[in-house]
Design a protein around this ligand. Sequence first.
Ligand code: IVH
Length: 721
Amino acid sequence: MSDTWTTPASPGDPLIVDPASAAPFAERATYAGAVAAVRAAAAAYYNGSDLLMDDATYDALLARVAATETLRPDWKRADSPTELVAAGVAAGGDVVHSEPMLGLDNVFGEEQLRRWAGRLEKLLGRPAGGLVVEPKIDGLAIAAWYVDGRLTRVATRGDGRAGEDVTGQARRAVGLPGQLAQPVTLEVRGEVFMTDADFVVANEMRTGHGEPRFAHPRSAAAGTLRAEGRAYDAPLSFIAYGLRRPVTDIAGPVPHSVEMAALADLGVTTTATTGGMTVWATVDEAVAAVEAVRAARGTLGYGVDGAVVKADLPQDRESAGSSSRAPRWGIACKFPADTCTTRLLRIEVQIGRTGVVTPVAVLQPVQITGVTVTSATLHNFDDLARRNVRVGDVVFVRRAGDVIPEITGAKLDERDPASIPYEAPVTCPRCDGPLDRTQKRWRCARGRACGAHEALAYFATRDAMDIEGLGDKIIYAVVAAGIVTDPADLYDLDAARLVTLDRMGEVSAAKLVASIQSTRQRPLSRVLIGLGVRMTGRALSRRIARHFGSMRALLGAGVAELQQVEGIGPERAATIAADLVELTPLIGKLTARGVNMVEPDAVRLAGGEASVAGVAPAASEPGVLPLRRPDGVPMRVVVTGAVPGLTRNEGNEAVERLGGIASSSVSARTDLVVVGEGAGSKADKAAALGVRVMPAERFAAMVAACDAGDVGVVTAILADG
Ligand code: IVH
């Protein structure tokens, strides 16, 4: 039978283990050691500190502990994590739960899910009267009490019996309203978590306040929920998956699906809020629904570590009952973990087109959620130093949805004592010139000029734009004269300007200008080759051009669409998407100069139907830029006050880079005002005029997401304000 949602990382990979076949420990001392290790990892997990173990290793170890206890019940320790909620490590609190908050047992594949369903059927003496399938949200369980429709108290799960009071912070969670639509009294149970977009924002806030990044959205949510007296409020979200009291207008115990829909009507976000909740009649249908959750995992915008299958009817739940740890009426189908461990082989320094210098981790290849990951982002050098990651370390690597994998920390207890801290470069890795290290993101002091020669020469090559007469010497001369810094500037050259250069006569100047202008009608594939999109070569650039047909379609494509092109896997797709975002301003500049952005003979899919891409005039192909209005007109943006991590100039630069026009005064024509600390009357004026306002932290996060190529995050921030 196929195991649909757990593709083993590689044959014999110890990370994904079927607990039913987990090997028991032969020695009692090894068993006790494993119990201690699981408890320590669970303590780190539940208290929101940095990870000690990735989820898959944790599950595997726990499975071996359980297998040992089945074989040798006499060895079983009182503090065994197999018996206790939250492995018995999470601290209790002052708020006693109305009924213990239990956990869920796990299964790791279709076969085990079917076995669980078989056991449930046996317990009930008939098939369950309906199964529901929900995403298993990767956050923290909480109980929230509403009295007469008002949110009065929120507590963590704690030790399952009593939890900590987190009412203050939980009130901020989106999806957990302070007031319900009706004055009902009830208890809601569900998960507090951080969305992927909010995780970016939260880390910007953290690092902006000189604190280390959160390692994972779950630890970010845990830390934020318990935070007291912080100078910033990181965003939180909530989704309910349980109700402890019937909604007053519904008589008697009702099915879970009905409760979740009713709770959603009261204003709480529940597992039924998006798309409702289907009740499945058969296990086959439930299996398919689990697979659908797995397939949608990367697109939900928040961490999902599995799917939960539950009996829908209250009488079925009653009959099935619970163990001391978990109910028998529900089961968690765990997906492969999004965080795995691997070795950091080396740190390379990448330099972007704008001169930004970034450390990139080269990893021992590791499978994460079905994809081989070989490299990961390390954000910036400050961050790298703060995370204390060294070459040779075993590191945690996280791959969530479509985002580029990142290193979230190192396993310090496994560090080679002979290892040495990473030494950051002191000069530009491309031109060996000085680095500007005044900002978080280091740059070559020459900025765009660094590498301009290389980029121009590549753009002009025969296989790319094939610009006759644009040789090395001329490229050096125009770059040195400061009249060309990127390929788009070539199209602005005129003969009068060229003749001022050394050894350039009138005739050759005119010839060169004509030659450059004649390349404006080259097909899109040539433009793509000339831009030198990372991880693409000539053949792949041509395939991409043929597939999408136009630059607009290509820029609008997400990582998933890019993967439809032959030869593009998830990692390459993420890099290409990120690089295209970086290239968007240049593409816009080329478009504005009349460079064609269409592949004449391409057959592309439009609205689901195959159509031939028309050769539209180049000017009708505006680049997709976040700060453009739907009609392509640049938004007028005013940045006032401090933007974390950016100087005033860089803030304005970022506006332009994202497609907008940076302006200094607020008027009715202003589209957006970015408001940071120290903002004065401009913020008031924006409010008075009803102009859209965006907090500087969110803007900084949008810029960072744009630089990281995370179109999804950019869109989410823009949509949200
Ligand atoms: S039902 C009696 N539904 O997963 C416990 N739990 O690993 C009933 N979780 O403790 C829990 N999404 O914190 C349920 N849709 C969902 C869930 C979910 C996330 C968490 C919850 C639970 C843990 C068990």
